[in-house]
Design a protein. Structure first.
Length: 296
């Protein structure tokens, strides 16, 4: 009897181990799409990154790490550093603006109005990011809406367009909805009993917010910060249109190598691989810390 029971268990385990094969036909279309549009292009970029001074029409002959060594030039390291700092600054601005906004919508606004407010936040996504950037050009240019209002109030005009500040404004505006939605999803599940207990123990609203609310929403904060940082690091439109020559980023540098006057696909591929590596590290950190249990 025991032998027969063991055999049934073994057969059941084997059947369970083979059940995943039935999902292969369903996964095949996505797998093929993933391979040809992501894996294969990434491998091609990786191969080109080892070719020095290659241009369109040249024969691909990998010949070393010269392109990666070139990235270590202080000029390019400065561009990469500025790109990371710009993405980090955008993330910080989005967090500062989104945290109280998401908290207010999730905890203070009646349920019947929450969906309307969330819809109004994502409303800019209904238009192209290119159009949103041009709208900021209209606002920030010397004769734009901002300086017109300042002139009407007898205040000095501001030269913001084509500066790093314009890029921060544009990127923060574009990515703020992501942060708000992620934080809202975390804050909506907030245990209000803990806030009531903190108030009964004499904690002020500010202390209760930092000691109770923020730890419970920590997973959402981490996920939102990494999502905004990764997206900001790869943004090309806002630095190109709002920053001018004063805000060279790694994405603009990559563009110049492929479609600009430089036409050095090998170096551009090395820069692209470096950007992919930075983003991959950020995603790995998100996977590791994004699933952390909130403090209680």
């Amino acid at each position: 009897m025991q032998t027969s029971s063991n055999q049934k268990i073994i057969k059941k385990r084997r059947r369970l181990n083979l059940d995943w094969l039935g999902a292969l036909p369903l996964l095949a279309p996505t797998g093929i799409w993933f391979f040809f549009l992501l894996v294969l292009p990434t491998l091609i970029i990786l191969e080109l990154s080892f070719v020095k001074d290659i241009k369109p029409g040249d024969i691909v002959q990998p010949n070393g790490f010269d392109n990666y060594i070139r990235i270590l030039d202080p000029v390019y390291l400065e561009i990469i550093k500025n790109s990371v700092l710009l993405a980090a600054g955008t993330t910080l601005i989005c967090l500062i603006l989104a945290l109280p906004t998401a908290y207010w919508i999730a905890q203070k606004v009646p349920k019947r109005w929450q969906n309307f407010l969330l819809l109004s936040i994502i409303l800019p996504f209904w238009t192209s990011s290119l159009l949103r950037s041009y709208a900021w050009i209209t606002i920030l240019r010397p004769t734009g809406l901002l300086n017109t209002v300042l002139s009407y109030l007898d205040l000095p005009s501001l030269e913001i367009l084509n500066t790093i500040y314009a890029v921060l404004i544009g990127m923060s505006y574009s990515l703020l909805p992501y942060m708000v939605l992620i934080l809202y999803a975390s804050l909506e599940k907030l245990d209000k009993r803990l806030l009531e207990a903190a108030a009964d123990l004499g904690a002020s609203p500010i202390v209760a917010f930092w000691k109770v609310t923020v730890p419970q929403a920590l997973t959402g904060i981490i996920a939102g910060c990494f999502l905004v940082f990764i997206t900001a690091l790869g943004d090309y439109i806002n630095p190109q249109l709002l920053g001018g020559a004063s805000s060279m980023t790694i994405t603009r540098l990559i563009y110049n190598q492929f479609l600009g006057l430089t036409e050095n696909w090998g170096f551009g591929s090395a820069l692209s691989t470096t950007l992919i590596l930075i983003v991959s590290v950020a995603i790995a950190l998100l996977i590791k810390f994004g699933e952390a249990e909130p403090k209680k």
